[in-house]
Write a protein that binds this ligand. Structure first.
Ligand code: HEC
Ligand code: HEC
Length: 340
């Protein structure tokens, strides 16, 4: 009897100790994370209401695509967490690109844009897809400017967004307006409330999930305000990733040492953005978590650990800012509006 009591007391002491250790552990890792800001400021692109409103129109504008059927919102649907749930997105004439569409939500906080980081800012990035033959397929920047100049509503909106500029309609200013809009595409949720100090914002299970995420080592790559987005890392760091065809960052930097390096993606809203990876090759989050542990950290997760991490990842789902992303009324064209 006495022995049983002693064992019971010992077990209790141990479990409390490990509960403390777990709480301490998660506390220790919390400074690696920050809540989302209300906006992502830019030293080169002042965020004014007029510019953001123009950027929102341009984001939804089909007339900046060759067939007049595609806008940013076709592949980065704002009511679907900024992406399209497809491995590859159909561009002009249904052509499929070689990479999966990442979310435009919370992208402005990343170190750089694209899976391989080849564009430094959202402003620079926005100028890519319109002219990309496999995406919106417009013939030239000049042609885009010509279309915008033919639409009186855009002449007014660019003037208001870029006051004092002799020629407000330029392709650079197109990028700035879209970028300004994207700098407000943020989805704070209960994780942010928790990080701001409300310890009740997460359930005990979700906090335990964070402890598992931290203990297993996911935090070494997925951290900061985006829970990712802040560094490049090799896919298949400790064990070669199966069937990897994309060289990733090495094609941008021409540095062989960066072969198979990709931007560590943000895990915000990750339950909503399947399929996963730059090539959309992983269909479920459950499989994704297990593979990350195995190939990035050399660990085999138990089903319980996987479930615990999934519980944390679900808590990273934030709110879509429905008013901010509401599709605006687009200005009417004229008989002179050219068609590509
Ligand atoms: C035909 C589909 C398609 C269209 C249209 C499109 N994109 Fe993309 N977008 C993609 C794909 C695919 C990628 C990833 C490409 C890569 O990493 O090489 C991407 C990447 C991005 C990224 C980088 C996000 C990150 O996490 O790195 C941003 C931001 C973005 N697009 C914004 C836009 C904007 C703004 C427009 C409109 C001007 C637009 N896209 C039009 C498919 C599209
Ligand atoms: C060594 C760095 C590193 C570690 C550690 C790591 N990851 Fe990743 N993770 C990455 C990179 C890089 C990618 C993107 C690779 C790509 O797209 O090809 C990624 C992708 C993901 C994705 C898919 C995201 C998307 O949008 O498609 C999920 C989910 C994920 N990781 C979760 C985890 C979890 C959970 C852990 C811990 C078990 C973890 N990661 C550990 C670097 C890491």
């Amino acid at each position: 009897m006495q022995t049983t009591t002693r064992i019971f007391a010992l077990a209790l002491a141990l479990s409390t100790a490990s509960a403390f250790a777990q709480a301490d552990l998660s506390e220790a890792f919390l400074p690696m994370f920050q809540p989302l800001p209300a906006q992502v400021p830019s030293p080169e692109n002042e965020l004014t209401e007029a510019k953001i409103n123009l950027g929102r129109m341009l984001y939804y504008e089909n007339r900046l695509s060759k067939g007049e059927k595609l806008s940013c919102n076709s592949c980065h649907m704002l009511h679907k967490y900024g992406q399209d749930n497809l491995p590859f997105s159909p561009g002009h004439e249904g052509k499929l690109g070689g990479r999966s569409s990442p979310s435009t939500y919370n992208a402005a906080i990343h170190i750089a844009q694209f899976w391989d980081g080849r564009a430094p800012t959202v402003e620079a990035q926005a100028k890519g897809p319109v002219l990309n033959p496999g995406e919106m397929g417009m013939p030239s920047a000049e042609f885009v400017e010509k279309v915008l100049k033919s639409i009186p509503g855009y002449v007014e909106a660019f003037k208001a967004a870029f006051p004092g500029e002799a020629e407000p309609i330029t392709y650079d200013n197109f990028g700035k307006a879209v970028g300004a809009f994207e700098r407000g595409l943020l989805t704070p949720g209960k994780w942010d409330t928790f990080l701001k100090g409300n310890k009740e914002a997460l359930s005990a299970e979700e906090k335990k999930g964070f402890a598992t995420f931290a203990k297993v080592g996911c935090v070494t790559c997925h951290n900061s305000a985006g829970v990712g987005g802040m560094m490049y890392q090799k896919l298949g760091l400790v064990k070669a990733w199966p069937d990897l065809k994309d060289n990733g960052r090495a094609d941008v930097t021409k540095n062989e040492g960066e072969k198979y390096f990709f931007k560590v993606p943000s895990l915000r809203n990750i339950t909503e953005t399947a399929p996963y990876l730059h090539d959309g090759s992983v269909k479920t989050l459950d499989q994704m978590v297990k593979m990350m542990a195995e190939y990035q950290l050399g660990k085999q997760l138990t089903d319980e650990e996987t479930a615990s991490i999934l519980t944390f990842l679900k808590a990273l789902k934030g709110e879509i800012p429905t008013d901010y992303v509401k599709a605006p009324k687009l200005p009417e064209g004229t008989a002179d509006t050219p068609k590509a």
